[in-house]
Design a protein around this ligand. Structure first.
Ligand SMILES: [Zn+2]
Length: 246
């Protein structure tokens, strides 16, 4: 029988430091509201190997014993890629569930998002639904609130004032014509995801703590390798430990 999961902290008691919104993009795997941008997992070697083995298979006589041996190698390659990707996603989702009390992500099962150029490639290659399923499970295990939000227009809206701008103008940096708020585009999107999560959970976003003051000063690009090797994208202490010191 399962042990009882820990009780989630009351939503009203969760500090901004203990909440995180995560945006997923093509260039970076995950960009969060603390300025951490975890890069996509590099599986180029594994893919090249798979291609090589598939090519060899095509040269074998169909259903011969050599063909069967080679077919198994191809299956192994597929399995290796799947295992490495899952390992990475397990570690990344475990990190967020462990270090935060509230995690907000986009609900990419929304059909229109699957068709958008921004997310289609990524959704297919990175198995986003596997990731969110892991997230949901791990958050439950850690007593962390987990919320999925409407992904529409998260990069177009200003997290500070709500004004919508055409994505094209922002390029990599969000600069709001309405209020002058400047942020990394993905960081701004991550904030919108967190704010939507809070409103979905009916947690009021306090006017006294504007997004600007809560934003990290820079973005730290983190290779996926670090998550795989250490189980965390952090170079130093995790955000929770850091916030306790401050
Ligand atoms: Zn604005």
């Amino acid at each position: 029988m399962d042990t009882e999961p820990p009780v989630k902290p009351p939503l009203a008691d969760i500090d901004t430091d203990e909440m995180v919104g995560i945006d997923v993009g093509i260039l970076k795997y995950a960009h969060d509201t603390d300025g951490t941008a975890v890069e996509s997992l590099d599986l180029l070697d594994e893919r090249n190997r798979l291609e090589r083995e598939q090519r060899k298979l095509s040269h074998k006589e169909y259903e011969s014993s050599n063909w069967e041996k080679q077919r198994r190698r191809v299956v192994e390659c597929h399995f290796d890629i799947k295992r490495k990707r899952r390992d990475f996603l397990h570690k990344l989702s475990a990190y967020y569930a462990r270090e935060y009390d509230l995690v907000a992500v986009e609900d990419l099962t929304v059909a229109e998002m699957l068709e958008s150029p921004r997310n289609s490639r990524n959704t297919a290659s990175a198995a986003w639904s596997t990731f969110t399923n892991m997230f949901e499970y791990k958050c439950k295990r850690e007593g962390t609130h987990f919320v999925e939000v409407d992904p529409g227009g998260t990069t177009k809206e200003c997290a500070q004032c709500g004004v919508e701008t055409e994505e094209l103008l922002w390029v990599r940096k969000h600069s709001c014509p309405g209020c002058g708020f400047e942020a990394d585009r993905d960081g701004n999107a991550a904030w919108n995801i967190l704010l939507r999560g809070l409103s979905k959970l009916a947690v009021g976003h306090s006017e006294g703590t504007p997004v600007e003051t809560a934003l990290p000063t820079g973005t730290a690009a983190v290779p996926a390798k670090r998550v795989v090797e250490t189980g965390s994208p952090c170079l130093k202490e995790p955000p929770k430990a850091a916030s306790r010191q401050g």
